[in-house]
Structures are given as C-alpha cells and as structure tokens.
Design a protein around this ligand. Structure first.
Ligand SMILES: C[S@@+](CC[C@H](N)C(=O)[O-])C[C@H]1O[C@@H](n2cnc3c(N)ncnc32)[C@H](O)[C@@H]1O
Length: 277
C-alpha cells in the first residue's frame, strides 16, 4: 500500500471520536487556505459548487456563506466519520444549503455538468487514483466551469511539520517518518501537478505557489496533538509514557528555531491550482 493509500484508508476507517479530535486541532490551519482558494477561483451569488473531500466541511461552509441563499453546495467525502462531524455542525444563517454525500473522489455521486465551480482542498494527494478523481471533477463541471485545488508543497516548505517529522524519525524510526511525510506532502511537484491536470483534460491550468503564516499558540505540544489524526497514529498510540515524553522533547528540540514565547511561528506553502473545463 502506498503512503497516500494508507492515509486515505486511515481517514476512511477512522472513528467519529478521532475525527472530532481532528476537527479540534486541524481546521484552524485550513480555514485561511479556504479563504485564499475562494479568492483565487472567485464565486458569485447563486452559483452551484461541489467541494470534493470536504472533511469537516471547512471549504463547503465558507463557500456557502459567500454564495448566499440562492446558491447550492454539494460536499462529498469518503469518510463516514468526517461526514458525521460535518453534518453535526449548525446551519449557517443566510448561506446556501449544503448537501453532504458519501462517495470516493474517483466515483463522484453527482450528475454530469452540474456545477459552476468544483473545489478540492488538501485532498488530491490522498486519492489512490488522482487521474480518475480529476476526470470526475471535470465531468461534474458545467462547460464554463472553474476548478480550484490546493495541495501542500514539499514538507521542507512547511517547517513546523518538517520538524515534527524529524522528531518522529528520532523516536519511531525512518519508516514512520517517511510514511508521515509522504501523505499530505506527497504531491509537491509543480510539473507533476501541471501534467496531472492537463492529462485529465483541463484547460488554462495555472499552478501557483503561495505561502501563509501559521502560529501554534500551544507550542510543540499542539503539533504533537495533531498526530492522532495522521496515518502514523497507531505507532504514536503504541508509545509508552517514556516514548511520548521523548517525542515531545524531540519535537521541542527540532522546532527550536521557530519557537517564540512558547508559540511556534512559521509559514506553510501550498500549490494552488486553477483550471477551466
Ligand atoms: C486533509 S483532509 C482535508 C479536508 C477538507 N478539504 C479541509 O479543507 O478541511 C483530507 C480529506 O480527504 C478525504 N479523502 C481521502 N481519500 C479520499 C478519497 N479517495 N475520496 C474522497 N475523499 C477522500 C478524507 O476523508 C479527508 O476528509
């Protein structure tokens, strides 16, 4: 099984408790990227939008507020637990209604040519068949439809997570470190992205690198707290107290240059891909 397959499977089989924990520690990182993605793609009142790999609904909920009540949002994900977290959230006043669907990205349960805009934030790198997933997104778009996708650049361009991965290597070994790095940061080449999107038939493909600041006010412990939602969660969960203490100590050490008054201050880099059908 490849690293992306393992991560995809870990989302798919995860429990509602684990994904509720994910919702508490991860979406604050994704919300500014969702704003940036919507600014790049642009959405107009009343449009129809599909959010692929919606997770806890971060992009879907934001775009729903931008579309207003005359818009429509469909949000899909493979993970029943993620969808349970998303659907448990309160309805948003003055926003487009959101319909949640359980389906894999490479077999979207939506009609042909139904959407003005298709979005996918930090999902493509996890899909076992990325080409098929992009072909499905294209199928779902209206003839003049717009696509917006983002994926992290290499982990070395996301320094807090590079530091965390090095700490994982120190405590749990190189295989765990590699498994961790290869999931979220496993589709980082600009050329590879361009080829993927053009190969799936998209036109006007533009891949741009963007950075946004990130602050972990809770310091190294806050970063370590993201691990139970990662594919390496079982290895981390198997650590005894000494191993957990060693992991926090190693993370504190590898993060040293980013620590300011107890908080981790850095930036994250992602490729934002825009295309038309
Ligand atoms: C890092 S999360 C991003 C979630 C969301 N887009 C956001 O911005 O918060 C990745 C999501 O991809 C979903 N996913 C992974 N593999 C998938 C697949 N093959 N088809 C559909 N969704 C998948 C996971 O369940 C998870 O919700």
């Amino acid at each position: 099984m490849s690293a992306s397959d393992t991560w995809s499977a870990s989302f798919t089989t995860s429990t509602v408790e684990a994904m509720t924990a994910y919702d508490a520690v991860v979406p604050f990182m994704f919300a500014p990227w969702a704003e940036a993605l919507l600014d790049e793609v642009g959405v107009a009142l009343g449009e129809t939008v599909l959010d692929v790999a919606t997770g806890p609904g971060t992009v879907a909920r934001l775009v729903a507020t931008r579309l207003g009540t005359s818009g429509l949002v469909t949000a899909c994900d493979l993970s029943p637990a993620m969808l349970a977290v998303a659907t448990a959230k309160a309805d948003l006043d003055g926003a487009a209604p959101i319909t949640y669907l359980k389906c894999p990205a490479d077999a979207l349960d939506v009609s042909d040519a139904a959407f003005d805009v298709v979005l996918c934030q930090q999902g493509l790198q996890f899909f076992p068949d990325r080409h098929a997933a992009l072909a499905e997104m294209r199928r779902a778009m209206k003839p003049a439809g717009r696509l917006g996708v983002n994926v992290w650049c290499g982990i070395e361009q996301c320094p807090p997570f590079e530091a965390l991965s090095i700490a994982l290597g120190i405590v749990l070994g190189p295989d765990t470190q590699l498994a961790y790095r290869s999931g979220p940061w496993g589709l980082s080449g600009r050329g590879e992205l361009t080829r993927l999107f053009e190969g799936a038939g998209f036109t006007n493909v533009r891949v741009e690198r963007r950075t946004l600041p990130i602050v972990f006010e809770g310091g190294p412990a806050q970063l370590v707290a993201t691990l139970p939602t990662a594919s390496v969660a079982p290895q981390v969960a198997a650590l005894e107290k000494k191993g957990r203490d060693d992991l926090l100590a190693a993370t504190t050490k590898t993060l040293a240059s980013l620590l300011h008054d107890g908080a981790v201050r850095s930036e994250m880099a992602a490729h934002v891909v825009r295309a038309t059908r």
